[in-house]
Design a protein. Structure first.
Length: 167
């Protein structure tokens, strides 16, 4: 998979540093890697970053998706002026490794439509019976603002109700 990166600045070159993290936020070099890990992008130009699966990707679970994070940091050139604050911006994007064995079939019900929600006391339990990660951006009703974020590896997750405005 390739991603385009561009330097919108018309005067200064920037470095683009990319890497992959596992679900716990640890930097990894395998089974996925970013090529090139660091590159210089000239003013007003663009380039590509490639996310490459290594042979060790075959050792990943073949019956479900695996979650990783792709990170790209924009590093500005060092300023020649004294007392200058420089900021390196970083983008972090969820990256799902999907084995060929579970490729989506357009004739099947989408994973997000297979989720079930059950109320247990003052909590809700979401069950995801699929092999795919589903990201729930927001959930709620007319009386509350929604639920705090949650995740679970076993296909179920509990969400705590929150008051309006609280997140």
């Amino acid at each position: 998979m390739s991603l385009n990166v561009s330097n919108q600045n018309k005067q200064l070159p920037y470095l683009a540093q990319g890497w992959i993290e596992d679900e716990q936020g640890n930097k990894i070099q395998s089974p996925l890697t970013v090529l090139p890990p660091v590159q210089r992008i000239e003013p007003g130009k663009q380039s590509q970053v490639k996310i490459q699966a290594l042979p060790t990707a075959k050792l990943l679970k073949q019956d479900r998706e695996t979650l990783y994070y792709f990170n790209l940091r924009e590093i500005p050139p060092k300023s020649s002026k004294p007392n200058t604050l420089q900021i390196a911006l970083q983008t972090r994007i969820k990256l799902f490794y999907r084995p060929a064995a579970i490729a989506m079939d357009k004739n099947n019900t989408p994973p997000q439509e297979q989720l079930t929600l059950t109320k247990q006391g003052n909590q809700y339990v979401v069950n995801n019976p699929t092999a795919y990660y589903v990201t729930i951006v927001d959930a709620g009703n007319n009386k509350s603002a929604g639920v705090k974020g949650f995740r679970a590896d076993d296909g179920t997750a509990e969400g705590q109700p929150v008051a309006n405005g609280e997140r």
